[in-house]
Structures are given as C-alpha cells and as structure tokens.
Design a protein around this ligand. Structure first.
Ligand code: NAG
Ligand code: NAG
Ligand code: NAG
Ligand code: NAG
Ligand code: NAG
Length: 244
C-alpha cells in the first residue's frame, strides 16, 4: 500500500476536489489504508427522493449519494475490497484524518472490527469511544493515531484470517460517517511499519474521555441549545420507542 500520509493533506484535498462534484464527507484512514475514495457527494435529495442512495434514473449502474457517500453504514458506500492490508494479529495502529470539510469541531470516534472476508456486521468495538476536539467547525488538516488498537475482547484470530476495521465519526447532531479498511491478520513483523509519517497526532487535534451519568433529580433535566430549551421527556420517549 502507498500510504496516503506521504502526500501532504492539502495535496490530497486538491486532488479529491478535482473529481468530486461536491465534497462533504469527513474521514480518511491513513493507516492501515481504506477501501477507497468515498469522499463523494452525487445527485440531489430529489433524485433519490430523500434516500441516502439510489440508482441514477439515467443509468441504473450509477448510485447517487446526495448526502455524501460516507454516511452509509457500514463502510461509507464502499463494497468489500480485495486489496487487503496486513495488520498485526496482536492489534496495531489506526491512523486517520478526521477534519475533512465542515462540521467536526467535536466528534465522537468509534473503532470496530467485523470478522470474515465479508463481515456480517461491525459490532465488535476495539476501543471505548472517545471525543476528538478539532480547531474549528471548518475543515482542518491533521491526523490522529492510536498506535496500539487492541483486538476486541473474547475473539480469537489467526494469521491469514480476514477482517474489516471500521471507523465511525459522529457529528454534533449524531449523524455518523463510516469508513473501513479490509485487513488480513499477519505476524507483526510482516506488516507495514508504523512510523512518525503515518502515525502521529497533530497538535491542533486533542481527545477526551466520554462519561455518562444517571439522569436523576439532582441533574439538570433540560438541554439548552441556541436559546431553545428542549425537555428531555420527549427525547427519552423517542429513545424508548426506538427500542421497540
Ligand atoms: C485499494 O484500492 C483502491 C482503488 O484503487 C484504493 O483507492 C485504496 O487506497 C486501496 N486500499 C488499500 C488498503 O491499498
Ligand atoms: C433501469 O432499470 C429499470 C428496471 O429494471 C428499467 O425499466 C429501465 O429501463 C432501466 N433504465 C436504464 C437507463 O437502464
Ligand atoms: C481473504 O480474502 C481474500 C480476498 O481478499 C481471499 O482471497 C482469501 O481467500 C480470504 N482468506 C480467508 C482465510 O478467507
Ligand atoms: C455479527 O456477526 C457475527 C459473525 O461474524 C455473528 O456471529 C454475530 O451474531 C453478529 N452479531 C450481531 C449483533 O448481529
Ligand atoms: C495520540 O493521542 C492519544 C490520546 O492521548 C494517545 O493515546 C496516542 O498514543 C497518541 N498517538 C501518538 C502517535 O502519540
């Protein structure tokens, strides 16, 4: 694999904007790579009648992604690839650029594993989710890297097994962007080296733990946003019915 990281962020940005009609998606996986460029937005919400994707009426083989390709579970509109990257059977680095285009001054990050050549799901978390804090709502350059992402607890893999690593980035409104890389587990010495070029933390991106607490009488029960107070009750009810 030619690491994305060798090129400066902005060169890649210029290259992508040359052939993306309108770009609005937000992660690039630097290491161990990605299924391919899914930084595309095509068609309009009217073309797909509000669906995240639909075939173009002029050409059934072309799928339109009016909201942006990366919004589609599980892998941002990319099918399983055959150019797999070797990744250590003992766990290893995951490096990505979270700040492509607007809306990710803060974001929650999830890194999950799906087992098999074509995983049935990506339901095995590899880390506890955490929050990234970038410099602004506007696009920003920069890389974030966890040098030793472990395997999910309780699974067994061996050299030669296939899997997919999924990175999810949620925006402040909760919508999630998806990006994946297909891997084959290998001995650590057979894997592309992790270096300061492909795995580093840019100074403008920081990270935070995410905590939760009980909603009890001592806690504030309203959310205030932009001058509007939203009662939590309808929110909880919506969550309850969502589970049914
Ligand atoms: C796999 O191939 C696609 C299409 O050429 C490319 O965009 C992507 O970066 C490759 N991924 C890896 C992990 O090499
Ligand atoms: C698209 O598929 C539909 C249904 O199979 C067919 O009727 C239509 O002619 C196709 N359109 C094009 C442009 O291929
Ligand atoms: C892993 O995936 C490749 C295709 O990318 C396939 O050729 C190979 O047989 C798969 N290995 C296993 C163990 O399923
Ligand atoms: C996810 O896929 C695995 C197979 O890789 C399967 O055993 C498991 O039941 C699935 N989990 C869910 C929640 O669907
Ligand atoms: C990046 O920051 C995270 C969180 O502080 C840390 O766990 C990780 O080791 C850092 N990455 C590098 C390459 O130093």
């Amino acid at each position: 694999m030619q690491p994305q990281s060798i090129r400066p962020w902005w060169t890649t940005a210029i290259l992508f904007s040359l052939f993306a009609s309108w770009v609005s998606a937000h992660t690039v996986i630097v290491y161990p790579g990605w299924r391919g460029n899914n930084l595309h937005t095509t068609g309009t919400v009217f073309d797909t009648d509000g669906l995240g994707t639909a075939p173009a009426s002029s050409d059934n083989d072309t799928l339109l992604y009016p909201y942006g390709q990366q919004w589609l579970y599980p892998c941002g509109g990319m099918p399983t690839s055959t150019n797999r990257t070797k990744w250590p059977v003992t766990g290893g680095a995951v490096s990505f650029q979270p700040g492509w285009f607007t809306g990710h001054e803060t974001a929650f990050i999830y890194i999950n594993l799906g087992l098999g050549t074509v995983p049935e799901n990506m339901s095995l978390p590899m880390i506890s989710s955490f929050q990234l804090v970038g410099p602004s709502k506007d696009p920003y350059p920069g890389t974030f890297c966890l040098p030793q992402v472990p395997l999910p607890g309780g699974i067994e893999v061996k050299v030669g097994d296939n899997a997919t690593i999924q990175i999810v980035e949620t925006a402040v409104h909760g919508a999630a962007l998806y990006n994946c890389v297909d891997i084959t587990f290998a001995e650590p010495e057979d894997v592309e080296e992790v270096t300061r070029t492909n795995c580093f933390n840019s100074s403008e991106i920081t990270s935070r733990f995410v905590y939760s607490m009980n909603l009890d009488s001592s806690a504030t029960t309203t959310l205030t946003t932009m001058g509007t107070t939203i009662l939590l009750v309808p929110l909880l009810a919506a969550g309850y019915f969502g589970l049914l």
